[in-house]
Write a protein that binds this ligand. Structure first.
Ligand SMILES: Nc1ncnc2c1ncn2[C@@H]1O[C@H](COP(=O)(O)OP(=O)(O)O)[C@@H](O)[C@H]1O
Ligand SMILES: O=C(O)[C@@H](O)C(=O)COP(=O)(O)O
Length: 422
């Protein structure tokens, strides 16, 4: 069968999150790093092209997303999916609005939805307001994100700042009534000139109802949650085999390491838990990096004798006050880049020292690491926690990678993840 769903993800952890969801829902899925340069490996139903476009200048994000769309169209995909973060990570300039606009223009479509809901990870949307657990987005840890602080939970307002298209809402009272009601409401919104609608969702049942209403929508924009409800449409159309499951991962053996550049609440707790359980950890101080200290060399020398004993952790993860102090000295962008480059160089050094199973925390961090390792694509394996599957790299010398979104995973994620490896 030919490719059904073509996805463009704005960061690498988000891409594995989406690919993992599609695999769970019965679509054979491969994740490619950037626009594929060659043929896809084996038979697949869906492809996720991972970009690092969440925080780049909007014109760069648009250019790269359009290049990805061109490739997916040439590959024959029937529906397209723009994946962003379940916490709608963006700045006032973008990139969710500009990329959505460009994809709609390119596809010649006059309507799409925007729905970052991911109830299993406690991201729910009600009356257009995004909640993270019991808190509004703007009151959650996301208000302190180093690159995309989210200070408004009203998604209609947030998205309207990023697009000249009219943004509307499909409220939960409509979603609860099912696909026919959702379709009718979308038709009414279109008559009012709305071109993009935020859609409320508080449960997986809502995601399935919304999914069923999207069968004929050329472009869907969403977090990974909405992906749960799309395979049923392909199945009903006889395009996807019933009960299809993803192939098993063939996991390469080797040493293990954890690299963490996320400063999210969840990752801070995971780092603290790892250290408190007596495991070895090396902190990267961005100010020392800025002074030119060779922390990369020091970290690798420190880690080398520890590797045979189990995974050491190298981390730049820090609490909001510490991050703000660093950013005040170095600037947001320079601080982020310095840390990403250092962690990427450490990841390369780890692989040179025999590491073949690596856990990376943080979306931008994962992007930097995966690019530094020259990875072209990923096979998707079993889920560790919702939104985080194990993967193996494509190519002749594969390694196992788990790319953890900053805010995902239980507090013991850095230790328990290994037990899920097949
Ligand atoms: N101690 C620190 N001070 C300043 N910036 C940091 C620090 N540690 C990490 N960073 C940067 O913060 C950003 C975290 O983003 P990311 O890796 O996407 O994590 P998340 O998945 O939580 O969003 C990266 O650019 C990283 O380099
Ligand atoms: O949708 C999500 O929350 C994740 O898939 C995601 O994109 C998270 O990004 P980072 O927090 O930057 O890892």
């Amino acid at each position: 069968m030919s490719l059904l769903l073509g996805c463009i993800a704005d960061d690498f952890t988000g891409a594995t999150d989406l690919a993992g969801m599609l695999v769970r829902a019965g679509m054979r899925t491969v994740q490619m790093i950037g626009v594929p340069q060659g043929p896809l490996p084996g038979d697949v139903d869906a492809v996720v092209i991972a970009l690092k476009s969440r925080t780049t200048p909007p014109q760069d994000a648009v250019r790269e997303s359009l290049a990805a769309l061109d490739w997916l169209r040439d590959a024959g995909c029937r529906q397209f999916y723009f994946k962003y973060c379940s916490t709608f990570d963006s700045t006032d300039r973008g990139n969710i609005g500009p990329v959505t606009d460009a994809l709609m223009d390119a596809l010649g479509t006059d309507f799409t939805i925007a729905c970052p809901a991911f109830p299993e990870n406690k991201r729910t949307i009600f009356k257009g307001y995004l909640f993270v657990g019991d808190e509004l987005l703007s009151e959650s840890g996301m208000r302190n994100h180093p690159l995309t602080p989210m200070t408004d939970a009203n998604l209609v307002r947030v998205l309207q700042k990023q697009t000249s298209r009219k943004v509307g809402l499909v409220g939960h009272e409509v979603v609860a009534r099912g696909a026919t009601a959702i379709t009718a409401h979308i038709a009414a919104l279109k008559r009012d000139g709305v071109q993009i609608a935020i859609v409320d969702a508080v449960s997986n049942e809502d995601l399935m109802r919304i999914g069923a209403a999207l069968a004929d929508m050329p472009l869907v924009t969403a977090g990974s949650g909405i992906a749960l409800g799309l395979p049923q449409n392909f199945r009903s159309a006889g395009l996807l085999a019933e009960g299809a499951v993803a192939g098993a991962l063939n996991v390469p053996q080797g040493l293990r390491a954890v690299i963490s550049g996320s400063c999210s609440v969840a990752t801070n707790a995971q780092v603290a838990h790892f250290i408190a359980s007596g495991r070895p950890a090396f902190a990267i101080d961005p100010l020392r990096l800025a002074e030119g200290e060779d922390l990369v060399g020091m970290a690798l020398d420190w880690a080398a004798p520890l590797l045979p004993e189990g995974p050491p952790l190298i981390y730049a993860t820090a609490a909001p006050d510490a991050v703000k102090a660093v950013q005040a000295r170095l600037g947001v962008e320079r601080a982020g880049l310095l840390v990403e480059e250092a962690l990427a160089a450490i990841a390369r050094g780890m692989v040179a020292r025999g590491v073949r199973q690596m856990l990376v925390a943080g979306g931008e961090t994962s992007g930097a690491v995966v690019q530094a390792l020259g990875v072209s694509g990923l096979h998707i394996g079993p889920q560790i926690d919702p939104g985080v599957p194990w993967t193996t790299t494509l190519g002749d010398t594969p390694m196992a990678l788990a790319l953890k979104s900053g805010n995902f995973g239980s507090v013991d994620f850095f230790t328990k993840a290994w037990s899920v490896l097949p």
